[in-house]
Ligand binder design. Structure first.
Ligand code: BT5
Length: 279
């Protein structure tokens, strides 16, 4: 008789998250996080939290996690795919007391914090290497040239709320991902693929970065967020091709991220677009 863990019909490597344990660890006086909920299945945690913000005035620091999403969203109506419990898919609600132009840093800060926390928490590979994470502008978390996590920030119309969603591949297998430009922590041979400690580390780091940023009234310099972002950014310094929302393409060397969070390519600041790193 085979051991249970050898059976292809169980997924003991994908245990569920427990809201009570996460709440005990993360929610408390003086902190950012106010409530943590785990749903078995929903359409999109971003959509749910935005609806709650509109209807009920949900407080800042509410976190909604889904074990499975049936309509996970990316930017520009693209999809985020993740099998049940293979990754972390969650959203949090913020009401930053920061002027609208500076709010563009919230998704950048989130991608940065995810990259920092994951690198620290996922431990070494069997070969003793660190899993090095980078941020690709605007807010993809990368390992080498592959996407490990994505961020989607949406302002909730008519309110001061912003919903920020994160999708991170943890034990996702290659055939479960949309293409070979994606990766997961298990594919990178990370030493830790336990979602609970990973999520705690990520939420702690988002909290740390967010509280520093809001304490500095959203100033990307004084809060240290621009410097840290640039240090981890794998886009700046590279030849890139940027597809702008209107269909135009900009080609050239990525030179900088300016104080408004824009990617500067050959002197031209770009506020939204899809970047391809050109070899
Ligand atoms: C993103 O969009 O990367 C934002 C993803 C945000 C997902 C979270 S999950 C929790 C919350 N609730 C939601 O409904 N959404 C958020 P974008 O930069 O547009 O990238 C989307 C593209 O990434 C897709 O078109 C695919 O090419 C690719 N993609 C989809 N699923 C992926 C995955 N699991 N890993 C890597 N790439 C993926």
């Amino acid at each position: 008789m085979g051991r249970v863990s050898d059976s292809p019909f169980t997924d003991l490597d994908r245990p569920p998250l427990r809201a009570a344990a996460l709440t005990r660890g993360l929610v408390g006086p003086g902190g950012l996080w106010r409530a943590i909920e785990v749903f078995d299945e929903t359409g999109s945690t971003n959509a749910d939290l935005a609806a709650a913000a509109r209807a009920e005035g949900t407080p800042e620091g509410t976190v909604l996690i889904a074990e499975s999403q049936t309509a996970g969203r990316g930017r520009l109506d693209r999809a985020w795919v993740s099998p049940p419990r293979a990754g972390l898919t969650f959203s949090f609600l913020m009401r930053p007391a920061v002027s609208p132009p500076r709010r563009v840093w919230l998704p950048l800060l989130t991608g940065l914090a995810v990259a920092e926390a994951v690198q620290a928490a996922c431990e070494r590979t069997a070969a003793g290497r660190a899993v090095e994470t980078g941020v690709k502008w605007p807010n993809d978390v990368m390992v080498a040239e592959r996407k490990l996590a994505g961020v989607l920030a949406e302002a909730v119309p008519g309110t001061d709320a912003v919903v920020v969603g994160v999708g991170l591949n943890v034990t996702t297998r290659p055939e479960e991902l949309p293409d070979d430009r994606a990766t997961s922590l298990s594919m990178e041979d990370a030493g830790c693929t336990d979602r609970d400690p990973l999520l705690r580390a990520i939420l702690r780091q988002i909290e740390r970065r967010y509280l520093r940023w809001t304490a500095a009234a959203g100033d990307p310099e004084r809060s240290g967020v621009r410097r840290a972002y640039l240090d981890r950014c794998v886009t700046v310094g590279r030849p890139v091709r940027v597809e702008l929302p209107g269909g135009e393409t900009v080609v050239g060397r990525a030179e900088d991220i300016d104080v408004d969070g824009r990617l500067v390519v050959e002197g031209r600041p770009i506020s939204a677009g899809d970047v391809v790193h050109v070899r």
